[in-house]
Write a protein that binds this ligand. Structure first.
Ligand code: DGJ
Length: 693
């Protein structure tokens, strides 16, 4: 999988259909010679005979082509590695010092020619995925130095006829809205300065030559596995060289690296694919299912969450009533949200005091948990353990535990402050508190929330790294000690979704926005990188509590079925007819969820048109589910056939509801006519199974 040619100073890292070729030039600069379709050793060697970037007198021709892009010499482009030595020297002058290698891992070692600083580039490949993972390790054996930027990877694109950037932008209640536009010259930086991944941007990017479509074209993409502040710079030089460089941290945060210390960056994954954006997304989904998610083989249960039903008005009685209704409709996991602990009867008190509110749960959580289990469901609990309300016992006992600076007000948001997890005693408290909560109560699932970004970061800038490291460490230890517990990552909805958190959680809360129409766009953007099985999607009440939009019952269900289906409505106010219909729709989801959660996703029609549709195809192609949505009908417009993907043209497929037989060849060319009800907000779930023989 990894081939080294020591004479030519070349390394070839191959995946099933792509490869990544590195070359050390005569000055020990590490160049990316190729990132694209798979090449043989001989073909890769021939790259060395291609004309190299011409030498221009004003700058280093290696600018924009280096895998290890350190600041120094005549390079003025974006540098993924920037340090300031104790004497003020800023440039690095790295010489190659060796390599280590296994079948799947490669480490290239560099040392500064004067200062006792080493840099290691770590690469990892997977035999069944085209993802290349890269991270950096810095070791300082000299006087303390400052790290201004240490990107996990710098991905170098080949010269293309044009460059287009795809990424997502958003805000609270409107996450992951896809943006696709020409990559401007200069540096385009996607970033979070919030200490958390953020709603505003997500740490991934895709670049194509401007002609790729959902089905066709080469796509170069990368994604950072990090849940704190981050920065991803897409650089387009006037010479038409393009790089994507990503790492933890943000401008202007720097870190001290003391004598004898090392800095290990998070991993950044790079992926080259052909077959358009759809193929790129499927490759990312597949990779996460195989190599990132902790329990990808499991079926995500149908979940109920009490937040929109009860808000902070939580009691044993109200939760039991909801649980009984939820169980009747086929819910498998009942989650009690905020409001169960301390003095948390509103959002200004109690956060930090993780014991059941004695008035609301006089006998602890046991009676509720037992009832939920008796009803045949698992029990989940909301926590927000990185936070504290100033009006809490924890804060009164430890006012110094929050992120703050002397001489500055402690900025509150939602009446809360962030605990400083870089402090060992806070990290210990966090672990102990959660560990005890899980040990004392029969909890199957945690919804782990994080509702405010950092302000007034402490004097040690390492906090930006160490908060996330502690979070990861605590999650890892809790999962090891309580292996049956599953975890949902939430940050006011989708503020903490990334490959780092997904390595240690089982699903995410996609957005606080549960309006089905808005969701179509949010889910479309989410699916560009992340798989449907982690995308928590609730059916809530109509009119929607946030947008006031009225959307029919089935449409709301069908939209949520495109991910990990959950219910979040005020069930005690639902009519019996709605409860019965919900039970039917939950049952329908259970029949197709193996396709949604383990199948290949095809975005058939995007949500910006009148009609949109998404398909989930079984890995063996034997069956598929299509969810189709018409949001508004214009007079005189007939629904087009929805052309399906990935089918066997020779096969016949039977509709599991109508019994009708469809021919693969016809579905692929003329499409499926979903027979949607007339009018606005029409939707359908179609389940097709290939006929035998
Ligand atoms: C924000 C989450 O996104 C909501 O789902 C809910 O859990 C609230 N926090 C509770 O405070």
């Amino acid at each position: 999988m990894i081939v080294h040619d020591p004479d030519r100073r070349l390394w070839i890292l191959s995946g099933p259909s792509s490869c990544y070729v590195l070359h050390l030039d005569e000055a020990d600069r590490l160049r990316t010679l190729h990132w694209g379709p798979r090449l043989s050793h001989e073909q890769a060697l021939s790259l060395l005979r291609l004309p190299q970037p011409e030498h221009r007198s004003m700058e280093d021709p290696a600018d924009g082509v280096l895998d290890l892009a350190s600041a120094g010499g005549l390079r003025y482009g974006q540098a993924g590695l920037q340090v300031r030595f104790a004497d003020g020297t800023r440039d690095l002058d790295l010489g190659y010092s060796g390599e280590r290698r296994t079948d799947r891992e490669l480490v290239l070692e560099f040392a500064d020619r004067h200062y006792p600083l080493t840099a290691e580039c770590h690469y990892r490949i997977y035999g069944d995925s085209d993802v290349v993972e890269r991270h950096l390790v810095l070791r300082n054996a000299g006087e303390p130095l400052t790290v201004a930027r240490a990107d996990s990877a710098t991905w170098v694109l080949p010269r293309l006829s044009g460059y287009r950037l795809s990424c997502v932008r958003g805000q609270w209640m409107a996450e992951t809205r896809l943006h696709r536009g020409e990559l401007p010259y200069g540096e385009t930086t996607l970033t979070s300065r919030r200490g958390v991944t953020s709603h505003q941007a997500n740490p991934w990017a895709m670049v194509d030559d401007g002609t790729a479509s959902e089905e066709h074209g080469a796509v170069y993409s990368c994604a950072l596995a990090w849940s704190g502040s981050w920065r991803l710079t897409a650089q387009r030089l006037p010479t038409e060289r393009v790089t994507l460089s990503a790492g933890a941290g943000h401008d202007p945060v720097t870190w001290e690296l003391g004598a004898g210390e090392e800095l290990v960056t998070p991993a950044c994954a790079g992926l080259y694919t052909e077959g358009g954006f759809g193929s790129a997304s499927r490759a990312w989904h597949d990779h996460q299912l195989r190599h990132v998610l902790p329990h990808a083989g499991e079926t995500r249960p149908v979940l109920y969450n009490s937040w929109e039903a009860t808000g902070f008005d939580v009691s044993l009685e109200s939760q039991v009533k909801l649980a009984e209704k939820a169980a009747q409709m086929g819910v498998e996991l009942f989650v009690m949200d905020d409001g169960w602990f301390g003095a948390r009867t509103h959002d200004a008190a109690g956060l930090g005091d993780w014991h059941p509110n004695p008035h609301r749960f006089p006998h602890g959580l046991g009676p509720l948990i037992n009832r939920v289990h008796e009803l045949g469901m698992r029990f989940g609990l909301w926590v927000e353990p990185e936070m504290v309300n100033p009006d809490s016992d924890l804060y009164r006992a430890h006012p110094d535990w929050v992120i703050h600076r002397p001489h500055r007000a402690r900025t509150e948001h939602r009446n809360q402050l962030v605990l400083d997890l870089s402090r060992p005693q806070v990290a210990d408290w966090l672990h102990r508190t959660l560990d005890e909560l899980l040990a004392k109560n029969d909890i199957d699932f945690l919804k782990w929330d994080m509702n405010r970004p950092f302000t007034e970061a402490g004097p040690d800038e390492r906090l930006w790294l160490d908060h996330v490291r502690t979070l990861y460490d605590v999650l890892d230890r809790l999962r090891a000690a309580h292996p049956h517990v599953r975890i949902e990552s939430c940050s006011s909805g989708g503020g903490r979704v990334d490959l780092g958190i997904l390595r240690r959680t089982d699903q995410v809360w996609t957005s606080d926005n549960t309006d089905a129409l808005d969701r179509l766009e949010i889910q479309h953007g989410f699916s560009q990188l992340y798989p449907a099985r982690v995308m928590g999607a609730w059916v809530t009440d109509s009119p929607n509590p946030y947008t006031r939009r009225q959307v029919p019952f089935d449409f709301r269900f069908h939209v949520a079925m495109a991910g990990a289906l959950a219910i979040g409505g005020a069930l005690t106010e639902w009519s019996q007819a709605d409860l019965d219909r919900a039970a039917e729709l939950v049952a329908a989801y259970k029949r197709i969820r193996h396709l949604v959660q383990h199948g290949r996703q095809y975005r058939l029609l995007p949500p910006d048109g009148e009609l949109s549709a998404v398909e989930y195809l079984a890995p063996d192609g034997g069956q598929l589910a299509v969810l189709a949505f018409r949001r508004a009908r214009r007079f005189g417009h007939a629904d087009p056939g929805i052309r399906l993907r990935g089918l066997d043209a020779q096969a016949r497929y039977r509709d599991q509801t109508t019994g009708q037989i469809h021919h693969g060849a016809v579905l692929l060319t003329h499409g499926l006519f979903a027979d949607l009800a007339p009018g606005d907000y029409a939707s359908a779930l179609i389940h097709l199974i290939r006929e035998k023989g």
